[in-house]
Design a protein around this ligand. Structure first.
Ligand code: ADP
Ligand code: MG
Length: 238
């Protein structure tokens, strides 16, 4: 579904990604783990071209991403950010129907039907006419997930979706993500939720210093990490 070949990204003299290669299969759930500053966000942002890679190739489905087709490819990649990025002056429903109507040209009626179904799925149908500032952080993030799903993406990318939430709201967001994973969605999730990664992910990518240091199953990674850097990281966070 996604093939990444020797991906490099520098900001000025700072080489943040130093040649990352991996493949992500359809329906796979990937957790990206690593210390702060290791390049996790940059890795995700290169996949959907919020950052332009310095070199390397990324293929989504059968399509090699180029500057010309990036807008089209991005429609297939749903993105969820740490800080939600909802439109503050639109209601929940308006947040969900905006891109389907304006990017995909779907009718308002059809977009609304899709949105209502997604809002039921994330447990927020009753909030459809509220504005984001009336919602809790956990509710905002569930709206953000539903909004990304409204574009019917083939892959969902999450960048620390629970890091900005109060502890009591983390669970409800992880529950939505878990049920999405169980429904067969292909997902790449940058997270510090080690329990979730271990339980839900099919594969762990451990980044450190811009290198993909480990590419392993959760059992391998958490029980017997191969690298000293992963061992050291796990000692600190577990
Ligand atoms: P992580 O998500 O793992 O914490 P990031 O990918 O956000 O790491 O950042 C990796 C490195 O890239 C950091 O040193 C950060 O300062 C740098 N960086 C990230 N984005 C930018 C940017 N837009 N401009 C300059 N440097 C950046
Ligand atoms: Mg980050």
């Amino acid at each position: 579904m996604i093939k990444i070949e020797n991906l490099k990204k520098s900001f000025g003299n700072n080489e943040v990604l130093k040649g990352i290669s991996t493949e992500i299969k359809e329906k796979e759930v990937i957790a990206v783990i690593g210390p702060s500053g290791s390049g996790k966000s940059t890795f995700l942002r290169c996949i959907n071209r919020l950052e332009e890679p310095t070199s390397g190739d990324i293929t989504v489905g059968d399509t090699l991403i180029t500057e010309k087709n990036v807008m089209k490819v991005r429609e297939n990649l749903g993105m969820v950010f740490q800080h939600f990025h909802l439109f503050p002056h639109k209601t929940v429903l308006e947040n969900l129907i905006y891109a389907p109507m304006n990017v995909k040209g779907i009718s308002k009626q059809e977009a609304t039907e899709i949105a209502d179904e997604l809002l039921r799925k994330v447990g927020l149908y009753e909030k459809r006419d509220e504005y984001p500032n009336r919602l809790s952080g956990g509710q905002k993030q569930r709206v953000a997930i539903a909004r990304a799903l409204a574009m019917n993406p083939t892959v969902m990318l999450f960048d620390e979706p629970t890091s900005a939430l109060d502890p009591e709201m983390v669970k409800e967001v992880l529950a939505v993500m878990k049920s999405l994973a169980e429904s067969g969605m292909t997902m790449i999730i940058v997270t510090h939720e080690m329990g979730f990664a271990r339980e839900v992910a099919d594969r762990i990518l451990f980044l450190d210093g811009g290198y993909l240091v480990e590419d392993a199953t959760p059992d391998e990674f958490f029980s017997s990490p191969k690298s000293a850097r992963a061992k050291d990281f796990l000692d600190k966070v577990l």
